[in-house]
Design a protein around this ligand. Sequence first.
Ligand code: SAM
Length: 246
Amino acid sequence: SSFGHRHVEVDEKQPLVDEVFHKVAGRYDLMNDLMSGFLHRAWKDAMVARIRPRKSGRPWRSIDVAGGTGDIAFRLVEASRKHAQVDVVDINASMLDVGRERAQKRGLADNVTFLEGNAEELAQESSAYDAYTIAFGIRNVPRIDKALAEAYRVLKPGGKFACLEFSKVDVPGLDAIYDAYSFNVIPKLGGLVSGDQESYQYLVESIRKFPNKVRFARMIEDAGFAKVEATPYSGGIAVLHTGVKL
Ligand code: SAM
């Protein structure tokens, strides 16, 4: 893989990713809105609608890996009418700090726990969760197969897996516009708002390098998941992959 224009070995990738998110943490939520034209909100809403957390009855627990500043966790808790308990796991303390503060402000701190951890080696026990979510996180993880194996391990039998990620646009016309936007506008906008153009260059490159939706679906099946489905959003700018641990 590569970082910006440099070739990067798998062992070098994580420190570079960590540097990016330490630098942008304070501006991360603003940048998401600006760069996606608020679209990321609709994609995240759609993801949570597919998970359908329980609103009453038995406790419902989920883990949101690479959960950053809490967007998915907050939506799950709200959709569950505060029945859900969500563990946000992220490798980056700066992102988690922003998340904790947001949870307090929203009155959701009793339902969301922010924990430092690595998607490739989760500290959580096996068969513990009703759902595993990861949004715009897996392409940052150096060893995707390890992260998927961990997702499978921590889910209860019957547990739902959902991964939202950028993908390659497959609508003719839109693909050219999207490429122009991502290679020209995103790094410049990122540079202007966060003062760090290179980090956003990385972001664009990492989207291009990520496996397409058919290949990624195969990887999810290889990790053991059943009923694997890919749902493209906004012409395939983002794709939701879902699966079940039987
Ligand atoms: N899920 C949030 C969202 O949708 O807004 C945040 C996504 S952000 C683009 C990617 C996150 O992945 C960052 O917070 C980063 O620290 C985290 N991350 C990168 N590598 C990771 C790893 N190996 N394990 C856990 N989190 C990781």
